[in-house]
Design a protein around this ligand. Sequence first.
Ligand code: GDP
Length: 300
Amino acid sequence: MVRLRTRLSRSQNVLGRGLLELLSRDRLDDDVWDEIEETLITADVGVAPTRAMVEELRTRVKVLGTRTPEEVRGLLRDELLKQISPDLDRTLHTKSPAGRPAVLLIVGVNGTGKTTTTGKLARALVGDGNKVVLGAADTFRAAATDQLQTWGDRVGASVVRGPEGGDPASVAFDAVAKGIEDSADTVIIDTAGRLHTKTGLMDELGKVKRVIEKKAVVDEVLLVLDATTGQNGMRQAQVFAEAVNITGIALTKLDGTAKGGIVISVQRELGVPVKLVGLGEGPDDLAPFDPEVFVDALLG
Ligand code: GDP
């Protein structure tokens, strides 16, 4: 996996820079605080976390009186870090202690980057010496299965596929069975992201999970979320969170957005940690999420 700092600092993330400039102004009147609030909301931090942050910053700036650039940076760093909840457990469970493969379910709306994230993750795991089986449970689009097959061939993971339009749960079951048979370390199942009705989605994902649980345990349910879709993406994420018990978030396309603040709002609204970030379309453009590295990259 790539190092987060190098890639993010090359992106156009203006969140920190804009705020640093605003906070360094000689006079911090109400207009400047409004601008600070606007900057945070534009960066998709979300209204509630923005209010909390601005209030805290206002208080701390008042207490400090004079502010050096280092102090300003320190204040911002503290506040951003606090909002990112550095203490959340971000372990990605890709190994099972139980002598069977760990099973990861990848869920999310179509186009968010599920298949790409599955492929990149498989690549990182295979690179670390693990045996990986991929399940192409998005049986609704033939192209999705082919795309996963390409990733499997590329990274050295076997792919279990079903007939087009077949039962996703059956593919998931077969993938887990193959994982057990091959003594694989990890089985990653790429699901369909049709956002039809909430009940439909719940039924589908619920069935996939139940069927897997006949053979193994689902160790991780990763929700893939496209960072560029902002608050609209958040609403879709909520539907998934209600349908299935999400254990972590993979935030993709962070390379193409100045809205890094989504990390804060998504964790806050879903109560689930961001565990992985997607930083490009290439096979190595995936990194574990590290709050400190992320905040330093935001601040430039
Ligand atoms: P799925 O429908 O959810 O499986 O989405 P795909 O994996 O097919 O990805 C949709 C598009 O987003 C593809 O063109 C991917 O190359 C692209 N993509 C996925 N992850 C990233 C990322 O982290 N950064 C960028 N820039 N593009 C990404």
